[in-house]
Every structure is written in structure tokens, then in C-alpha cells.
Design a protein. Structure first.
Length: 86
């Protein structure tokens, strides 16, 4: 289970397409991860539920988390193998 105590933010995707590609990339590499979607325009301190419509119309950041023990390996893997062309 991912918690703030045992995980670190690895990557932030800025579109739904980029998020889907990164998720597939990490799954193919066998890297366990979790993703949080955050509306960057929402007031701080409030965490509204994100509807499908909101995901397609607002500026959403998708933050990928990995276990702390896997961070160095995952970071190196991304640096060496990942590219995103929008």
C-alpha cells in the first residue's frame, strides 16, 4: 500500500494521454506505482472528486508515486528510456 511514509513522487504527467503512456511504460517495466490526479486550479486544502468531464477539460497533473526502495532504480529507468512528445 502506498502511503506518504513509504513512497516518493517520481514523475508528473500533464495530460491524460501522457499519463496513460507512462502508466503502460511503468507496467511493462514491472515497476509498482500509484497515480494521483490533482486539479492545479483547485484551491489549496480542498480535494474535490475528479469527474471524467473535469479530467478532459481542466489542467490536471497526474503524479506517479513509487516505493522509496524502488525510487533510484525507477528514476534511472525513466531517465534512460522515457520520452514524451506531445
Amino acid at each position: 500500500m502506498f502511503t506518504s511514509f513509504n513512497s516518493l513522487a517520481l514523475y508528473t504527467a500533464h495530460s491524460l494521454e501522457e499519463q496513460a503512456s507512462m502508466r503502460q511504460f511503468l507496467e511493462q517495466a514491472g515497476i509498482e506505482h500509484s497515480v494521483s490526479a490533482i486539479d492545479i486550479n483547485a484551491p489549496k486544502g480542498f480535494y474535490p472528486a475528479l469527474s471524467p468531464e473535469l479530467l478532459l477539460t481542466q489542467s490536471i497533473h497526474y503524479i506517479f508515486y513509487v516505493y522509496k526502495k524502488d525510487f533510484a532504480q525507477a528514476d534511472t529507468y525513466i531517465q534512460e528510456n522515457w520520452h514524451w512528445d506531445e
